[in-house]
Design a protein around this ligand. Structure first.
Ligand code: ZN
Length: 153
């Protein structure tokens, strides 16, 4: 672990504690050279997870991609970045908790849809329109009408 101040690579750990989120360990470190202190968040090596795409292709699960999709759906919506980060974490955790090495992209799509549905209707519709691949405008209209009905209840 390199010191962020002087880039010396020997530091000592002065405090270590596990956070409940995502097996992340928070460590308070001190640089052995300049003696400055800093905090690191270290994530344990995680299970390899593969995503099975609609066409059967297999791709390594990419948290960045997941977050990118959510960010895109939430573009210009009044949603703070930290909420998007939290949402991404929750989804990632759900996937890793299944303890399976493969997950269908449609399954991920369903989870993201559900979360966005609760978060922001516009983001939800945007996401659903890409992920469900609405073939025609009527199908899309139907989806929105159903959503509005559900929201009124
Ligand atoms: Zn240092």
């Amino acid at each position: 672990m390199r010191c962020p101040y002087c880039f010396h690579d020997e530091t000592s750990v002065i405090d270590s504690r596990d956070t409940d989120e995502m097996q992340i360990t928070r460590r308070r470190r001190e640089c052995l050279k300049c003696k400055k202190r800093f905090t690191t968040y270290e994530r344990a090596e995680m299970v390899e997870l593969f995503v099975i795409k609609k066409d059967g292709r297999r791709e390594k699960f990419d948290r960045g991609k997941l977050k990118g999709g959510i960010l895109k759906a939430c573009e210009k919506r009044p949603i703070p970045l930290e909420k998007i980060e939290k949402l991404t974490d929750e989804i990632e955790r759900t996937l890793l908790k299944r303890e399976k090495t493969e997950v269908k992209s449609t399954f991920i799509g369903e989870i993201v849809s559900k979360k966005l549905y609760r978060l922001d209707p516009v983001a939800y519709v945007r996401f659903a329109s890409v992920y469900r691949d609405f073939g025609d405008i009527n199908q899309f209209k139907k989806e929105i009408q159903e959503m509005l009905k559900r929201r009124k209840k």
